[in-house]
Design a binder for this molecule. Structure first.
Ligand code: FEO
Length: 406
């Protein structure tokens, strides 16, 4: 089977079709998949992404049948997961002169996984360009689509976008172009989005914003179909699927604060939730009755409770409010605890324990990592004292919580 398929002038698919049922993110891809790697045979030949680690040796062997690997100038790594960067060690052992083009975070990961410390890297920042002799590549950092280090590559002259996982489909086929597909691929495209991208919705919005002023004729992703017929339709689908639908969703933020720091965190969470379209109410337990708070809790889809810590405990009257709330049926709601602290922050853990004892869907770090891949937000939210540099964490926590109900 042809292992070199032209997609644009001097640009070729050189990937691998994997027609096995492929284990993937705790699923089995019954239709298989492809690992799309692209060779740009310009004056400074450049490879964009590789293939799955299981096919590394085969990939390099086939590539070298049609191409002198000693002439390879750049290897662009958009994303480090082993289904795309996995063949890099095998490749670099033959491509002695190649420079790895990637983000700073990806370099860290590559060195951790493959020990490529001795190779030359070109570190990319958002918006950088690279002249590869006859084509110019432009790079956009798109963190969390779907992992932290990710970037995408755009070939300016021929208007080809190489977005790695983004805009992919999982299907094993040598009829690689969407206009050659034997049936409509829209459903497969949407399923892929819902499995891999949907939980990163805010980052999809940021990525679409970055791409909005560039003309894209062909989308050449890392799995499945190359979208050369009506690429705009697929960008529009991402736009539509990533629109939030937070209408009628409500949140309650209940807190007590000793010096005002926990109140500031409450305000930040409020900002994150309302930015995400959630109607949030913020209540200082000092100033509202239990009955009003219970009514708000009953109406809310997210309940967030915080307290400062004094002498190893919560402050003020908030415990009475919490006892009432956790005795309610909270099975359809999400929640988490937060607070500012100076020493050990026991109040946050006590609130967390109360929520654990209820039937609320308690948001914790495990759930966040599994749902979004983000490992820099931690729940319960514990902020040591408070300063403006910490604001971004609590605002983002509010945004992340909103994602669970939109
Ligand atoms: Fe296709 Fe995130 O790997």
């Amino acid at each position: 089977m042809n292992n070199k398929i032209q997609i644009a002038e001097k640009s070729f698919w050189v990937g691998k079709v994997d027609d096995r049922p492929v284990p993937f993110h705790r699923l089995i891809l019954e239709k298989g998949t492809t690992y799309n790697s692209y060779l740009l045979e310009t004056e400074k030949p450049t490879l964009i992404d590789t293939v799955d680690i299981s096919f590394g040796v085969e990939f390099v062997k086939k590539l070298s049948e049609n191409f002198d690997l000693n002439t390879l100038k750049y290897v662009v790594i958009n994303h480090v997961e082993p289904d795309h960067a996995g063949a890099l060690p095998a490749l670099m052992s033959k491509a002695k002169n190649a420079v790895i083009v990637t983000t700073e975070k990806a370099k860290e990961f590559l060195n951790g996984m493959f020990k490529l410390h001795n190779r030359e890297y070109l570190i990319i920042k958002d918006g950088d360009t690279l002249d590869i002799g006859g084509k110019t590549l432009k790079f956009f950092q798109v963190p969390y689509l779907h992992t932290e280090e990710t970037m995408i590559t755009y070939s300016i002259e021929d208007k080809v976008l190489y977005p790695c996982d983004i805009f992919s489909t999982h299907i094993a086929t040598y009829k690689l172009f969407n206009d050659l597909a034997s049936e409509d691929i829209t459903e497969d495209f949407k399923v892929y989005y819902s499995l891999i991208m949907a939980s990163h919705r805010p980052y999809v919005r940021e990525m679409l914003h970055k791409l909005k002023d560039i003309e894209i004729n062909i989308i050449a992703p890392a799995h499945g179909f190359i979208l050369r017929n009506n690429a705009k339709k697929f960008i529009d689908l991402y736009d539509k699927m990533s629109l939030k639908n937070a209408s009628n969703k409500k949140a309650l933020i209940l807190y007590t604060s000793m010096t005002g720091n926990t109140g500031k965190i409450a305000n930040d969470i409020y900002e994150g939730l309302t930015d995400s379209g959630i109607e949030a109410r913020i209540i200082n337990a000092k100033t509202s009755s239990i009955d009003v708070v219970k009514e708000m809790a009953a109406e809310s889809d997210i309940i967030v409770i915080g307290s400062s810590t004094r002498y190893g405990d919560m402050i003020g009257n908030i415990e009475a409010y919490i006892k009432e709330i956790v005795s309610m049926d909270l099975s359809s709601k999400y929640g988490f605890a937060f607070g500012s602290y100076g020493w050990s922050g026991e109040a946050i853990e006590i609130i967390n324990d109360y929520l654990k004892q209820s039937n609320i869907n308690l948001l914790d770090s495990t759930k966040i990592i599994k749902a979004t891949g983000e490992n820099d937000l931690h729940l319960p939210l514990r902020i040591n004292f408070y300063d403006n540099a910490k604001k971004v964490t609590s605002v983002n926590t509010g945004k992340m919580a909103a994602e669970f109900i939109v």
